[in-house]
Structures are given as C-alpha cells and as structure tokens.
Design a protein around this ligand. Structure first.
Ligand code: UDP
Ligand code: MG
Length: 317
C-alpha cells in the first residue's frame, strides 16, 4: 500500500503540535490512508520539540527532528522531504491554516496520476492590513520577476516521490520551494483551498522578514535585477548625450558658464545609479559566495528514535 508522508515545519509552535497531530492522524486513519507525520522543529526556543517527542511516543507514525538553530521555513521543508519516506509527500503548515481535508483531494489526484498537486489559495484568510499589503507586494514582485503567477500559490503541495528525489538532488543552497515545484515541471494538478484562521500562536512573518524573503527569493530565481543595472546605464548614457549636445550648443553660442545645476544633478544621478547597481551586483556576489561555501541548508541536532539512517548534518541521539 502506498505511504503518504506529511511534512510540517514548525517554529515555536508548541501549542499547535499535539492538536495538529491528532487532527491529521484522525482524518487519515479514518480514510484508511497509510501515513506518517514528519515534524521539523526549526530551532524553536519553546517546547516545540518536546511536544513532537511526546506525539511520537503516542503514535509511532509520527517522527521528527530539531534544528541546531532557526534556519527558516525553506530549510524546514527540505529537511522534512529528506526524512520523509512516503510515495507521496504533502508539505503543509503546522498551524492548520492549510485545511487538512484538502489533503484527501490531493491524495486522490495523485492516485489518478498527478505528480505534483499545487494548493491554490482562494482567500488569504483574516490577516492584518500591513501583513496583507506586504504579502501582496511580495507576490507582485515575485510573479513579475520569475514569470510564474505566484499570487495564489503556497507551500501547501503534494509531491510524488520522483519529484521529491529531484528536489533533494538539486545542489543549490538558496532554495525557493514554492517556485521550484513549478520549475521542475512534471504532471501538475491543482486544488483550491481557503486559508483558515491560525489555530494557536501568531504568524512568524514580519514586514522585514517578508521583504528579506522577497529579495532573497527574487535573486535566487531571477537575474532580472542585474539587467536593470544595464538599463539604468543606458538611460544615463542617453541623458548625458542630450546634456552633452546642449552644453556644446551653449559653448558655441558663447554662454557656457552657466550649468552649475546640471553638473550637480549629473553627479547625483550618476552617483545614485552607480551605487544602486553596485548594491545589486554585490547582492548577487553574496549569493554566489554563499553557494560556493557549500554549507548544508540546515543542521539537525536531534531526531526522534524512529528516524532511520543518517540525515545530512545529523547524528542519531
Ligand atoms: N516556520 C518555520 N520557520 C520559520 C518561520 C515559520 O518553520 O522560521 C513555519 C511555522 O511554524 C508554520 C509555517 O512555517 O508552520 C508558516 O508560518 P506562519 O504560520 O508563521 O506564516 P503565515 O501562515 O502567517 O504566512
Ligand atoms: Mg500560518
């Protein structure tokens, strides 16, 4: 019988673990689906890992790991994929904002041959205005840059074993799970779902963390910002040709002493463009530097007893 793994990254979610585990286990057992739950505590500073251990003791189908520090949700997802042994793997948030019933639809589509099932949001649930605006801006920038409409996509997906193996074999460190699942191709289906209210605790995303996420994902998936540098260069060259002609004409007409304002403006504009361009290029160099160092995406400090074999950066405790 096919095994379904559910990967749940969790950062300071001690209030959610037991409840989520119970809800998912109940639902899947009721439908007679062979399952396992993989909780990854992303360097939580509260009792999240303790809760995972407790849940794993109660239910042998639950396993989990703890990171040595907070590595971010992306890392949590990839660690979960690495630990999962299912024929199909669902990735979802552990705060039950992704409705569990949707898993059943995904599972059905998978049984009918889908290799990736994308969860598509029909609404963003109730969120603060600031959060909605920054998330909106984030998706707008991202969709433009990587040319995939991301506004409704989420990390809630089902992946076939093949796809999981492909994702795990990608050598890059700076991953963007949501877009990578489009990039790899495969037979893709989608299901719509409505984002639910968070069960317990609060969202881990602030305005700045979203912006940082946007910039780092944009640069890991697109070289467009580098081309912007070229465009800015061309714009300033055009601008300077116009000014050069004007200056020359004035010189011929014998009143070339003016133009102090022009000089100041030119210095400011070109200086601004140069610094911005250097910043963009510097950012890419930083990304290359990170990739070249080849450090692991995450470090696992502890795993539950039922995790078999060695996992990247892990030792069995
Ligand atoms: N998360 C994580 N590491 C982080 C931040 C978040 O593993 O550094 C997890 C979090 O525990 C949750 C999921 O990612 O399961 C989504 O986070 P959250 O609910 O805070 O985001 P939102 O739903 O508000 O977008
Ligand atoms: Mg959430």
């Amino acid at each position: 019988m096919a095994l379904l793994s559910i990967v749940l990254p969790a950062y300071n979610e001690e209030q959610n673990i037991a409840n989520t585990a119970e809800v998912l286990a109940g639902l899947l057992a009721e439908k007679g689906i062979e399952y396992e739950l993989v909780f990854i505590s992303d360097g939580s500073t509260d009792g999240t890992y303790g809760e995972i251990l407790k849940a794993a003791e109660k239910n042998p189908r639950i396993k989990g790991a703890e990171f040595s520090r907070n590595f971010g949700k992306e890392a949590g997802i990839f660690a979960g994929l690495e630990l999962a042994s299912g024929d199909a793997v669902v990735v979802m948030d552990c705060d039950l904002q992704h409705p569990p019933e949707v898993i059943l639809k995904m599972w059905e589509l998978w049984q009918n041959g889908a290799e990736i099932v994308e969860g598509i949001k029909t609404s963003r649930g109730r969120e603060s205005l600031g959060h909605r605006l920054s998330a909106g801006l984030f998706y707008k920038i991202m969709s433009r840059l990587i040319k995939i409409d991301m506004s409704a996509s989420s990390d809630f997906k089902l992946l076939d074993r093949k796809v999981v193996d492909v994702l795990l074999s990608l050598p890059e460190r700076n991953t963007f799970f949501r877009a990578l699942s489009f990039w790899v191709g495969f037979r893709t289906e989608s299901v719509e779902y409505e984002v639910q209210e968070r069960q317990f605790g609060e969202s881990k995303w602030s305005f700045w963390s979203l912006m940082k996420y946007a910039v780092s994902n944009a640069t890991s998936f697109s070289t467009f910002p580098l081309q912007v540098v070229t465009v800015m260069g061309m714009v300033s060259i055009l601008f300077s040709i116009v000014l050069a002609v004007q200056t020359f004409v004035r010189f011929l007409m014998g009143n070339s002493v003016e133009g102090f304002t022009t000089v100041i403006l030119l210095i400011l504009i070109i200086g601004g463009f140069l610094m911005l361009s250097l910043g963009i290029i510097g950012h890419y160099i930083a990304r290359i530097y990170e990739e070249v160092k080849g450090r692991p995406k995450y470090i696992i400090s502890r795993v539950t007893g039922n995790v078999q074999g060695r996992v990247t950066g892990t030792w069995k405790s």
